[in-house]
Write a protein that binds this ligand. Sequence first.
Ligand code: A3D
Length: 318
Amino acid sequence: MARPKIALIGGGQIGGVLAQLCALRELGDVVMFDIVENMPQGKTLDIAEASPVDGFDVSVTGTNDYKDIAGSDVVIVTAGLPRKPGMSRDDLIGVNSKIMTSVAEGIRENAPNAFVIVISNPLDAMVTLCQKVTGFPSERVCGQAGVLDSARFAAFIAWELGVSVKDVTAITLGGHGDTMVPLVRYANVAGIPVMELLEQKYGNAAKAEEVMTAMVERTKNAGGEVVKLLGNGSAFYSPASSAVAMAESFLKDQKRVLPTCALLQGQYGVDNFYVGVHCVIGAGGIEKIIEMKLDAGEQALMDNSVAAVKELVGSMNL
Ligand code: A3D
C-alpha cells in the first residue's frame, strides 16, 4: 500500500519543524512547497539526509511547483508572514489574505481531495478564506489554534502543580486571539478539578483564584510572550507539534477529540463562522463538532470571542 502524502505549504520556521516531525513519526511522504527558490529543496534535503540516523523510511522533498503536491492526503498551510514584537495577529490580515488566496487556489487545483489544516494568522480569518477559495466541504478545512492554546494552558497548570503534563486536561475555546476562552471549570488533573488542587496547595480559595487568573492571562498572551522573547518571528515548535497531532488523528483515523477551528452551523448559537471548538478528527476529517454545556459566564466569554472573530472575518469583505 502506498504511503500517505503530506503537503506543507510554506517552508519557513513552522514548515521546517512540521517536515521533521512528520518524517520522524513516519506519517507519510512529505512535500514542502514554498515560493522562495531552492529553500524548500535545501531544507528538506537536510532533513532527509538525517533519515539513516533517525531511521525513517519516508521521502521528504521540496518544490516551487504546485503540481508536486498532487495526490496529497493532508495539506498543512503555514504560508504567510508571522508577527513581530508589538503586532497583533490581526495586523497580518492584509498581506496574509493575498498569500492565502493564491495558496488555496494551488490546493484546489492540485490536491482536491486533501484534508487541509491552516496555521497561518490571523487564524480564524485565514481558515475562512481558505475554505471559501478552495470550495472544499467544511469537514475537510480546519485550523490549528486550540490544540496549542490548550497545550499552553495545560503546561502552565502542570508546572504550577508539579504534576506530569500527561495528566492535565485543559480546554481553550473561541477565536485564536486575545479573546480566547480558557475553560477553568473543565481544567483537571487526572479527573480532579484544578481549582480543588490549587485550594489544597494554597489553603485558601482567594489565592487559588488569583493563581488561576494569572495562568488564564498567561495562556491568552502566550503567543505574544514568545514573540517578545524571540525578537524576530513567532512560536514554531509548539504550533508544528499541534498541527501534527491533528494530521495524525486524520491519517490514522484516531478520532481524537481536539480543540479545532471548525465551521459552526448552529453550535453555540453561531452560524457559518469558523471558531475554535472541540471536534472529533478521523478519516472523515472533522467528523463531529462537540457542543459543551457552558454556564452563563463561559457563554458570555464565548460570545465575546465570537464577536471578535466576526469583526475580523467581516473586515475581509468575502
Ligand atoms: P515564516 O518562517 O516566515 O514562514 C512562512 C513561509 O511562508 C516563508 O518561508 C515564506 O517564503 C512562505 N510564503 C510566503 N508567501 C508564500 C506563498 N504565496 N506561497 C507559499 N509560501 C509562501 O513564518 P512561520 O513559519 O513562523 O509562521 C507561519 C504562519 O503561522 C504565520 O502567519 C504565523 O503568524 C502563523 N502562526 C500561527 C500559529 C497558530 O497557532 C495559529 C502559531 C504561530 C505562528
